[in-house]
Design a protein around this ligand. Structure first.
Ligand code: ZN
Ligand code: ZN
Length: 185
């Protein structure tokens, strides 16, 4: 069966991408995958934008086949195209300030200092998104090879306060800014 967009019949299902509830009546995206544990297929439900970021190939495939049923098609397509360009981008699962100094960065292997911004990563395996550690926010340019990840970072960080979101935007801007012409580093 093809993947599908449809209104959620109940408010019970949680989105695989962000872990939050999908409201009753809200359009959801169903990705059909071979059932890893039994015969046949199973469906993974997502908020459409969460699927565009986390399962970009399935989203793009569906947008070409079921254009009419897609909500906000342009935004979905933009997010999915961006994230399909590099396999690491769909690992992004939000940003947070490190609550302890115990985790090491998956990119540079140095500890992430308590209080520093870090990016949460997940790996997709057999229908699940498993926690896969962190990278320093400052390692993002190297780890994601310069891709623009801010929109996806903010999307998967719904628990941040407005102030924290503003800080995150600023922190992303600071590192990514090219040096001004004529200014010596
Ligand atoms: Zn979601
Ligand atoms: Zn690092």
């Amino acid at each position: 069966m093809p993947h599908v967009f449809e209104p959620a019949p109940t408010g019970r299902a949680k989105c695989r991408g962000c872990g939050r509830s999908i409201e009753k009546g809200e359009v959801r995206f169903g990705e059909r995958i071979p059932n890893p544990f039994a015969e046949g297929e199973t469906t993974l439900w997502f908020h459409p934008l969460c699927a565009a970021y986390k399962r970009p190939e399935s989203m793009l495939e569906t947008l070409t086949q079921a254009r009419e049923s897609a909500p906000d098609r342009e935004a979905l397509e933009r997010a999915a195209r961006g994230n399909s360009a590099h396999r690491r981008l769909s690992r992004i699962s939000g940003a947070e300030r490190a609550p302890t100094g115990q985790a090491k960065c998956r990119h540079c292997h140095e500890p992430i200092t308590r209080g520093d911004w870090r990016i949460r990563l997940v790996f997709y395996e057999e229908g699940r998104f498993n926690p896969a550690g962190f990278v320093h926010l400052s390692c993002r340019v190297d780890y994601f090879e310069g891709a623009d990840i801010l929109a996806s970072l903010l999307h998967f960080s719904p628990d941040l306060s407005e102030e924290e979101r503003a800080e995150l935007v600023r922190a992303c801007g600071d590192v990514a800014d090219p040096p001004l012409p004529g200014r010596q580093a």
